[in-house]
Design a protein around this ligand. Structure first.
Ligand code: GDP
Ligand code: MG
Length: 443
């Protein structure tokens, strides 16, 4: 697996500074193989790896992870981001019914999905109607009706015995029916072919034209692997779609199709299906798919643990130093960096209880990120000796630091004075609450 290969590739270095090109290249090669093994299409792999390498070059080495782990972490974040970051939700029409049209190759799982989607929507309090517009195969209407019955929802179908019928007409009448009988959602099942063909595309795009759906979901079998790109492009150009559903994730496909479709079409993946039963269905989770594609859920867990352990180690050390009054500016900087990793400082503080009180708001307005940038620049401008023992920072040192970090001597004075005050206060608090002495007291 990728995890094993990577652990052999690089020594467990913990450094400072930037990731080296060699580290990044070595890890990128392994990631590339992992992506290809997951059946991601080659052009997509190339683009993705190139972008990730760029990002890794700018990244600072973390104290917690070795370079390989760090590149993997970046790749994973990038992958989760590309796959959609936060899940995109269904778009609902302001005027019901909301119309969802399904498109995709035959056998991709549209009809099955129609039932699952209806079942899921129903569980959320909606009243979905299935509309049978696959009039291509003799059995298709019946299959949808069975699926509908299982899901406990109504199916609108053309009257039997009327010949082949026009799917566009059925779609129109289905939506009319939904409107007049108070269904708030319509799921339009359409015909597919085994391969992409023009007539299929025209029919689907005629249906789309006629009913103006709020969502057109491109349903794609995750097992199709490399073919995902060509199929997705054909549907994008022939019908157009607003979202993607991946099916058959219960199979052994590593899920490369997800990345390929997403990269090529730019459309979000909304749902995932992983079995034939109604409940084998969920909104799409980018993070789970990312670790499936990279085949290294275990490695990601290790990375999280390493980071967690490191943070804990750091904060325990800091707590001990606080308690003894020995906190250095170096520690202070590290703590600050650790907090900043969590996001913009205003957001973090804003999550604290009471953050909306007037007093707290004023305080928050003062700790903006630019202020932190400045503090960081000043501390970086100090020698290690100065950081370790801020008492030695006399007047001439202050001038040098100010010049070196592009701030005024007043700014340096301010930082140093506030640091001493804070250190004193923290030491007192540490004494009161008993941390740094092993156990934290309960009250
Ligand atoms: P359609 O031609 O696009 O309407 O595809 P169907 O819904 O008829 O599905 C084709 C076959 O795939 C059927 O046998 C389904 O039971 C099966 N199928 C659909 N979705 C899934 C899934 O997520 N997992 C598995 N294992 N089978 C599925
Ligand atoms: Mg079908």
């Amino acid at each position: 697996t990728l995890s094993e290969r990577l652990s052999g590739t690089l020594a467990n270095l913990r450094g400072k500074g930037r990731l080296s090109e060699a580290d990044i290249d070595a890890t990128a090669r392994e990631i590339r193989i992992a992506l290809l093994e997951a059946d991601v299409a080659l052009p997509v792999v190339r683009g993705f790896v190139a972008r990730t390498k760029e990002r890794a070059k700018g990244a600072e080495v973390s104290g917690a992870l070795n370079p390989a782990q760090q590149v993997v972490k970046i790749v994973n974040e990038e992958l989760v981001g590309v796959l959609g970051g936060e899940t995109r939700r269904l778009r609902f029409s302001k005027e019901p019914p909301t119309v969802i049209m399904l498109a995709g190759l035959q056998g991709s799982g549209k009809t099955t999905l129609a039932g699952k989607l209806a079942f899921w929507l129903k569980s959320q309090g909606h009243a979905p109607l299935l509309v049978a517009c696959d009039l291509q195969r003799p059995n298709a209407v019946n299959q949808l009706q069975i699926v509908g019955e299982r899901a406990g929802v109504t199916t609108f179908a053309p009257e039997p015995g009327n010949g082949v019928g026009d799917p566009v007409d059925v779609a129109r009448r289905g939506i009319e029916h939904a409107r007049s009988t108070m269904f708030d959602m319509v799921i339009v099942d359409t015909a597919g072919r085994l391969g992409v063909d023009e007539e299929l595309m025209r029919q689907a795009s005629d249906i789309r034209e006629a009913v103006q759906p709020d969502e057109v979901l491109f349903v794609v079998d995750a097992m199709i692997g490399q073919d995902a790109v060509a199929t997705a492009e054909a549907f994008r150009d022939g019908v157009g779609f607003t979202g993607v559903v991946l099916t058959k994730l219960d199979g052994d496909a590593r899920g490369g199709a997800a990345l390929s479709v997403r990269e090529v079409t730019g459309q979000p993946i909304l749902f995932a299906s992983d079995g034939e039963k109604l409940e084998n269905f969920d909104v799409f989770h980018p993070d789970r798919m990312a670790s499936r594609i990279l085949g290294m859920g275990d490695l990601l867990t290790l990375i999280e643990q390493a980071e967690g352990a490191f943070d804990q180690e750091q904060s325990e050390k800091a707590a001990a130093k606080i308690a003894s009054g020995e906190l250095s500016l170096e520690d202070f900087l590290e703590q600050m960096m650790a907090i900043r990793k969590m996001g913009p400082i205003g957001n973090i503080l804003g999550m604290l209880p009471g953050a909306n009180s007037g007093q707290m708001k004023d305080a928050l307005a003062q700790v903006d990120d630019r202020h932190l940038d400045k503090l960081q620049a000043i501390i970086r401008g100090m020698t290690p000796g100065e950081r370790a023992d801020p008492k030695i920072i006399n007047g001439s040192r202050r001038l040098r630091i100010a010049n070196g970090s592009g701030v005024s001597v007043g700014d340096v004075n301010d930082l140093v004075n506030r640091f001493f005050e804070a250190r004193k206060m923290m030491k007192q608090m540490a004494g009161q609450f008993g941390f740094g002495g092993g156990q934290r007291s309960a009250t």
